[in-house]
Design a protein around this ligand. Structure first.
Ligand code: ADP
Length: 164
């Protein structure tokens, strides 16, 4: 499995699936969620409405609509409350469930944003360690290419360090 770090807007990536750091209602929001819904167009929201929601730590898959990506995998990361409220286990579950969904849909390439590290406040370094270790644990499945999409150079630097 190939792992890459890429800096920029995840909505531009032409992969089998991009991951959305969604909220439990799946009705769009700010940050990467807002960017994905804007780029995908209103049909994405329509499909999300039919799903009805997603608990923290779980993941659901939809079409990509106007995105260059074929699918969107929506996962709900934990809100950071200091680390003693099960945040790490929930964030691990997000990555694991996204990889498992990709696998069960035969997807080969997937791009992740840094789930929970924006408005939800998860420290970037701790989040990147979980992202890398959970993705590496899936090395022998159908997914061949994983891209960590970092929104800025600071995030890119953290992921580079962790990957080394
Ligand atoms: P959360 O609520 O899970 O914290 P956010 O969207 O607020 O989600 O932030 C998650 C991460 O996604 C942050 O590191 C943020 O900088 C990054 N981000 C925001 N917009 C984009 C985008 N268009 N492409 C890639 N990453 C993005």
């Amino acid at each position: 499995m190939e792992i890459e770090i890429w800096t920029g807007d995840i909505t531009r990536l032409a992969v089998d699936a991009i991951v959305n750091a969604a909220n439990e209602r799946l009705l769009g929001g700010g940050g990467v969620d807002g960017a994905i819904h804007r780029a995908a167009g209103p049909d994405l929201l329509e499909e999300c409405r039919t799903i009805g929601g997603c608990p923290t730590g779980e993941a659901v898959i939809t079409g990509g609509y106007r995105l260059p990506a074929r699918h969107v995998i929506h996962t709900v990361g934990p809100v950071w409350h200091g680390g003693a409220q099960g945040e790490a286990a929930l964030l691990r579950a997000c990555y694991r469930n996204c990889m498992a969904l990709s696998d069960s849909h035969g997807l080969e390439s997937i791009a992740f944003p840094a789930i929970s590290t924006g408005v939800y406040g998860y420290p970037m370094r701790k989040a990147a360690e979980i992202a890398v270790s959970e993705v590496c644990a899936y090395a022998d499945k159908t997914v061949r290419r994983v891209i960590f999409a970092c929104f800025d150079e600071a995030g890119t630097a953290v992921y580079s360090e962790v990957l080394q």
